[in-house]
Structure formats: C-alpha cells, structure tokens
Design a protein around this ligand. Structure first.
Ligand code: GLU
Length: 356
C-alpha cells in the first residue's frame, strides 16, 4: 500500500481515554524516497484512461467544439514544488470556470472574507451554473444570498467587485493575479474570447439582472465582458496544477516562492470550491474525493489537497453536468491511490498502559 502523505503531525494527540500517543512523523528523507510513487501513479492512471472516449466537448461556445477531444494531460505539483506530469501538459485550453476561483481569491484578498459572504453568498444554489431562476431565489427578500462566486451570476458579480479605475486596469490586475498563481505570464486565447463574446447573450442577461437586483453596483456590461475575458485565458495542465498547488501551499507559489495570497484567506476559497466546484455534481465529487476542486467547460479540473499538492487534468469531453469525464476519473483515482482524501483516516493501534 502507498503511504505517501500519511499522518504528518506536529502535536501530541490525546485519546478519548486520556492516554497520550506519540505522533507519526514523516521525515523529509522518507518523503523524498516516496516521490517516485507519485510518478508511477500518474503514469499508470494516464495509461488506464488514455483510450476512454466518453463525453462530448462543450459546444454552446462554438470555439470549444473545435478543441481536440483527444487532448489529455495530467500534472501534480507538491506543496514543496515538485512537478510530476503525464501526457500532453503543454497544449493550452481556455480556463473557463476555473478562473472563478482566482477572481474570488482576489476579491477576498481585496475586501476580506466577510464582504463576499454578505453580498454574493457562499452557499450552493442547487441549480445549473448559469441559472437565472437561482438569481430570483437568492434575493434578500427571500432570506438572503443563496449564491456563490463559482456560478455565473455570482462570478460576474464577483468580477464587478475587483478594484480599478478603468476596464483595462481591472483586467490587467486580474490577469496578473492569475499569472502569479501559475508562475508564468498568461494570455487570452483570442479565438475563444471572440467566440464567447459573440454568443454570450445569456451571460449578458445574467449581468443585467444582477445589476437590477443590486449585486452589481455599476456597468454590468463591462463586468460581463471582463468575466468573458477571464474565462478565455489560456492554460495547460501544468499551469492549472501550479495554480492549485499555490492554494495547497497556503497561497505561496511553491516554485516561484511568491506569496500570492494571505494564508489565512485560502480556506475561504477552498470551502467555496468544496461546496460548489463541480456544478450540480459537487456533492458527488466531495463524496468520492473529500477535496475542494473546480471544473471548467474547457475540459480542465483542478483539485487541492491542502498542505500536500495541487493536481490538474485537461481533457475536453464533458458529461451532462459539464465536468470533464476523464479528468474526474483520473483525479479520483490519484486521490485514492495517494490517500489524499482528508476524511480517510485509519484507526490507530495504541498500546494502552494502566487499567483504564
Ligand atoms: N465562460 C463559460 C460561461 O460563462 C464558463 C462556464 C464554465 O466553465 O462553467 O458559460
């Protein structure tokens, strides 16, 4: 059995019966010895799913239908900066909804965690990611915001909260922020942006409605346009894993060592990912992995094992909920094989002393 990350404890534990037990410490040397295990898990998982043909590219944004459905790459970056890859980790896809995580992070950094909670909300809507009905149900008169920054209405409103004196300034600060997470300068895939901007009437309507209900304070068209741009940023599996690993490492990019966000703010972002990261299947996802994650209709999924690693898979064909079929299977398997589900704990055998 693989025990890569099992039981790193700093404090002494006390059992229910009151006996003190010694913590199990995994030393750096032991961990380094176990590193090849991660590469083997990635290689084997890649091989196992390489010929999977289930799912279909998103096509409601015409440019996404043209992306090669065979594209398949896996990257895992540990919290101490080791990078493991399998498959094509260089070809870029559009980040799509995964961007919502990092704009949420930016606004939490800017305004603190309370503002988002009070204005947009941090609850699952229980509805589709682009639901208009969810906006109606989320009104204050009906009991307060039952919404979050990872579905389109909440995401467009979150983008509208980013400070800046012009659209260009806001956009540059968003793109710069994503780039710090990825550890390299990211750019927009212009064909995707043009394609989505020409066909995103529904998001424009959502922006207008969020403005009408006071979630967006001014200029909903600008907020929707910047949101569309942020969804069109090009990323590969390596970029996405690096972004996830930065969250796994308390907001510090483990390769560039830049502190991108305050460690205390990271758990707020991860909790919204756990609640609403995989659209309507977020509960199912958490049930199987225990990890905060986020998917995008471009075919990427990231998952974060706090203190351990960030993992990302890119594979465009999606299931009915809008999540990459192959990425879900692969990450589920990697998490299981590396014992990275934080809820997975083996009972300890403790030698008892005394007669209690
Ligand atoms: N840009 C896409 C949209 O707004 C993002 C959707 C997604 O990835 O979930 O429809």
């Amino acid at each position: 059995m693989i025990t890569v990350y099992r039981a790193v404890l700093a404090a002494t534990l006390v059992t229910a019966g009151g006996a003190a037990i010694a913590p199990t410490i995994v030393t750096r040397a032991q961990r380094d010895q176990q590193q090849p295990v991660i590469q083997r898990v990635l290689d084997e998982t890649f091989e196992k799913y390489r010929n999977l043909k289930e799912g279909k590219n998103a096509d409601y944004i015409p440019a996404l239908a043209k992306v090669n459905p065979e594209l398949f790459g896996i990257t895992l970056v540990t919290a101490d900066g080791k990078v493991y890859t399998a498959g094509d980790v260089g070809t870029q896809v559009s980040i799509q909804s995964i961007s919502k995580v990092f704009t949420l992070a930016k606004v939490i950094e800017q305004d603190g965690p309370e503002k988002i909670e009070k204005t947009i909300g941090v609850d699952a809507t229980g509805m589709r990611f682009n639901s208009i009905v969810s906006i109606e149900f989320s009104q204050k008169s009906l009991g307060g915001p039952e919404m979050n920054s990872l579905v389109n209405p909440g995401a467009i409103a979150t983008t509208s909260m980013v400070n800046g004196s012009s659209a260009a300034e806001i956009w540059n600060s968003i793109l710069g922020y994503y780039s710090d997470f990825a550890g390299r300068p990211l750019t927009v895939l212009d064909d995707v942006y043009q394609s989505e901007a020409a066909t995103n009437q529904r998001n424009q309507a959502i922006g207008a409605l969020m403005y009408a209900y006071g979630y967006i304070k001014a200029n909903p068209a600008q907020a929707t346009d910047i949101y569309t741009r942020q969804c069109s940023v090009g990323v590969n599996a390596k970029d996405l894993a690096m972004m996830a690993a930065t969250l796994a490492n308390g907001g510090k990019n483990p390769v560039t060592n830049k502190q991108v966000m305050t460690p205390d703010n990271v758990p707020y972002v991860l909790s919204v990912m756990a609640t609403a990261g995989l659209y309507d299947d977020s509960g199912k996802w958490l049930y199987h992995t225990g990890l905060p994650a986020k998917s995008g209709v471009g075919g990427g999924i990231i998952a974060v094992a706090p203190g351990k690693f960030g993992v990302a898979v890119v594979s465009p064909p999606l299931d009915d909920a809008g999540n990459s079929v192959r990425a879900q299977k692969v990450i589920r398997e990697i998490v299981a094989r590396l014992h990275a589900n934080p809820y997975e704990v083996r009972p300890r055998t403790v030698a008892t002393t005394g007669s209690r």
